[in-house]
Design a protein around this ligand. Structure first.
Ligand SMILES: [Zn+2]
Length: 134
């Protein structure tokens, strides 16, 4: 990994999430941001978690079936579900939840989505004004 300053990494992650906020998506996985920024997954997750503390996004966890890998449950906290057993409603297999089949997912908060979309609108208007005045 190249050497980046803390603020640069923060900006890279924020720019990527800003882009997601103006899209139709309402959730994303840290792996997407890691690929988009070329940052290691653990670093990406750390910065996304910090963004979540500030309220732009919300961290949830998807509990997946061990067999068919589909999401069986989305929860705010994994602790109460560790070692829980659940029958998969898709394939009928029993899954025990552990750290290997629980995945972080971030939900994009509505107010943040709205603000980002408004910002894009303002930028488009400014660009248009510049185009007709210069
Ligand atoms: Zn299944």
């Amino acid at each position: 990994m190249e050497q980046f300053e803390d603020w640069q990494v923060e900006d890279m992650v924020l720019d990527t999430v800003n882009g997601l906020a103006v899209s139709k998506l309402n959730k994303f996985y840290p792996t997407y941001v890691s690929k988009a920024t070329s940052l290691p997954l653990d670093i990406t997750f750390k910065y996304l978690s910090e963004m979540a503390k500030k309220g732009r996004i919300t961290l949830s966890w998807e509990l997946r079936c061990e067999e068919c890998f589909r999401t069986l449950k989305t929860v705010d906290s994994i602790i109460p579900f560790l070692n829980d057993e659940l029958i998969c409603k898709y394939c009928g297999e029993e899954t025990t939840f552990n750290r290997d089949n629980i995945f972080p997912v971030f939900y994009i908060n509505e107010a943040y989505k709205k603000q980002q979309k408004d910002n894009v609108q303002v930028k488009k208007k400014l660009a248009l004004r510049r185009a007709i005045t210069l």
